[in-house]
Design a protein around this ligand. Structure first.
Ligand SMILES: [Ca+2]
Ligand SMILES: [Ca+2]
Length: 480
């Protein structure tokens, strides 16, 4: 990098930094809090699957999550939080390795990343906790990829390592497209759902005497499809409460999106073509099913948190709630994830400190789930792994949610398929050089692509500088 380039980048970074300081508003007054005591803190990692931003941003008010609402009052809520990759396996690989997809080459689902270089020899977060004197407990949907034989046992101390799966699936008569896509009010026992069994096991663990500090990871399979949940969660809703189209959908929204964006929106094109815009009745049912699955996941979250709060570990446990990725419910004529738009790159992140510091604060500072690895190394006094975890410790923001934060949140979905989110803007660029830019101050659903507006050149340049210098070649897998 020559001196002038460097000077220019410094100038842009300074502009960005000033923007962050200006925009990182919080809804409550911040008081400084000191952490005290020398006892090592425990960690509860609570992962949900495919969480929609409407729910935690309150922009589709009909969706009911009383348990998470209550938890949010005790936690710091990062409203602008994003995943490193917008699909299950790759997002989780980044969380558990602390390495970005552009470093590992793991962009897509189905690539078997943990049995390939470099992740097959990269120390995982639970392995590091164990090496640092913690007990580890893990159940449910965690990696969403196979580890080398015996490595699962090296990650987790608990037995059995029951993981579960997405079922129960839609019976044939309820299917719209295959066993994952439909609407089923389930009448069987709750224990048919792996989430219920895993939560029962988590409660049992929290009720036991644990003689070491612990790192506990519970991954729920919901609200991910299939939209099968116990009937009582469907009964929470009147059909008119959750009617299509959702607030973020706009007819013709893809008209100003480059070709590569169209390609990503068509990854599961038949879902939109057969059950979305052309079929409002199915679309309504899918929205209702997603809401029911979300309320079902919320109930599970509440059960675990209640057990923690009644346990002897309540005041010495940091709770990190997040999703692996966001979820489209028809916006940009697309269902599910695997795009770089806000609905897909989103993850709700709520962090409750053991002393409840800054409880109820909502911040717009953009963070990334890749930041958990260095954050936990920092707070839990973990050893240094052989690799260099990327991301940044969130400690400055957890101690002062108004602290300055000079970095946008980065999400990628393939070589040169890049997005950066600042407190106000989302920038996207594709391999052919085409771009998108959205101003969230006026356009929360990213309807107006401003990338070709000459007045936005400086904003684009501020975000472009965060594009990685190089992208590791893809290690395989499939789109979607
Ligand atoms: Ca997911
Ligand atoms: Ca548009």
């Amino acid at each position: 990098m020559n001196f002038l380039t460097s000077l220019f980048q410094t100038f842009l970074l300074l502009l960005f930094f000033m923007g962050c300081a200006d925009k990182a508003a919080t809804t409550q007054t911040i008081a400084s809090t000191e952490h005290s005591g020398s006892k090592k803190m425990n960690v509860l990692f609570l992962i949900v699957d495919d969480w929609n931003s409407y729910v935690t941003k309150g922009t589709f008010p009909g969706i009911k999550t009383p348990e998470l609402d209550r938890f949010a009052e005790t936690a710091i809520h990062f409203q602008n939080a994003y995943c490193a990759a917008p699909v299950c396996g790759s997002s989780r690989a980044a969380v558990f390795s602390g390495l970005y997809p552009h470093t590992t080459g793991n962009y897509l689902n189905g690539s078997d990343p943990w049995r390939q270089e470099p992740l097959n020899t990269t120390e995982t977060l639970p392995e590091l906790f164990k090496r640092s004197g913690y007990e580890t407990w893990g159940r449910g949907k965690l990696y969403h990829a196979k580890l080398d034989e015996g490595r699962e046992e090296k990650n987790w101390d608990n037995r059995p390592l029951y993981a579960g799966g997405f079922g129960p699936f839609h019976p044939e008569e309820d299917q719209m497209i295959g066993k994952f896509w439909g609407y089923t009010e389930y009448m069987g026992p709750d224990e048919d759902f792996p989430d219920v069994k895993n939560v029962n096991a988590a409660i049992e663990y929290l009720n036991s005497d644990i003689d070491k500090p612990f790192f506990m990871a519970l991954g729920l399979w919901r609200p991910h499809t299939p939209f099968v949940a116990p009937k009582r969660f469907f009964d929470l809703y009147e059909p008119e409460d959750i009617a299509a189209p959702p607030p973020g959908w706009k007819e013709g929204d893809l008209d100003d999106v480059p070709a590569e964006g169209h390609r990503l929106s068509k990854i599961w094109g038949e879902r939109w073509d057969q059950t979305g815009g052309s079929n409002p009745s199915d679309w309504n049912k899918l929205l209702h099913g997603f809401a029911a699955n979300t309320s079902f996941a919320d109930w599970s979250i509440g059960r675990v948190l209640e057990a923690l709060d009644k346990s002897e570990y309540a005041d010495n446990t940091m709770v990190i709630f997040f999703s692996d990725n966001g979820y489209h419910m028809g916006e940009k004529d697309h269902f599910e994830k695997a795009t770089l738009w806000e609905m897909s790159a989103y993850t709700p992140i709520m962090i409750r400190m053991p002393d409840r510091a800054h409880a109820g604060v909502v911040t717009e500072t953009p963070i990334n789930s890749i930041d958990f690895f260095p954050t936990l190394m920092d707070y839990c006094g973990l050893q240094q792994p052989d690799h260099n975890p990327e991301g940044l410790s969130l400690r400055p923001l957890l101690e002062d949610p108004l602290a300055e934060w000079d970095r946008p949140s980065i999400t990628t979905y393939g070589v040169d398929i890049f997005s950066a989110r600042s407190p106000r803007y989302r920038y996207i660029s594709y391999p052919d050089g085409s771009e998108e830019l959205y101003d969230h101050a006026n356009d929360p659903y990213e309807w107006s692509n401003l990338a070709n507006d000459p007045k936005m050149e400086l904003i684009k340049n501020e975000l472009k500088v965060w594009k990685p210098d190089s992208f590791e070649a893809s290690n395989g897998g499939r789109d979607g």
